[in-house]
Design a protein around this ligand. Sequence first.
Ligand code: LP5
Ligand code: MN
Length: 240
Amino acid sequence: MDHSLFISDCHLCESRPSVIDAFIEFLTHTAIHADALYILGDLFEYWAGDDAINHGVHVSIISALKQLSLQGVSLYVMHGNRDFLLGNGFAQATNAIILPDPTLVSLYGELTLLSHGDILCTDDVDYQHFRQEVRSAAWQTQFLNQPLSERIAYIESVRQKSDQEKSIKSMQIMDVNPTAVAELLANHGYPTLIHGHTHRPMQHQHQVDQHACTRWVLGDWYEQGSYLRVDKQGFHPYQL
Ligand code: LP5
Ligand code: MN
């Protein structure tokens, strides 16, 4: 107890069964001892809508999350760019609270801002246009009105297009923009920032208006699971 855990970018899917095993093992052996688990986006490779709750590998993942929260660990989930359609059905099935992006929390006395991180990639103009469209209520209503199989087929085509475009974007364009980071920190009282999305785990220091702020970037779970532990002593990154 007296600590909270942070993960993101697990990208859970049928084609990576060992990552699902590692994730469930993490919930049952590590997260179970925490006050809270915060999942900061892209828990799933993609989420086509809450009617996919009972599909394939989702069943065991959702059941393990519910077990964790029913055993007293507060469970918080933030949307990522791949699972922003996680909705009330998912929240009820897991007993999770869905957090807005960004969310400011006080962790053992430390003011901390949580984000998935994609809002900070402001140089990636094509992505930001795409994001604005698919995050609108009107777009989501018409999308969710289509049958699940059609939604999945559309997502597959967007994934292909996104992979093509990423292959010609520079690493710098796909990283966070330092001015966007500074503005976000200034607008939230110069907290510590935790985010994922870029898959470049690292501790960064930012000097913003004479305030020294730390930014923690979480890693993905493609090769090996990782998490950030926060307690009264501070912030500690771990590999599984
Ligand atoms: O996720 P990651 O890190 O690989 O890439 C992101 C950005 N790409 C995306 C797209 C997702 O990866 C795939 C779709 C997720 C499913 C969501 C489910 C909900 C339904 C929504 C259905 C659309 O987020 C990528 C960034 C990268 O992060 C780094 O920040 O660069 O952005 C792109 O590559 C987007 C493109 O630049 C622009 C969008 C092109 C899509 C246009 C649709 C055309 C449809 C094609 C039909 C034939
Ligand atoms: Mn992401």
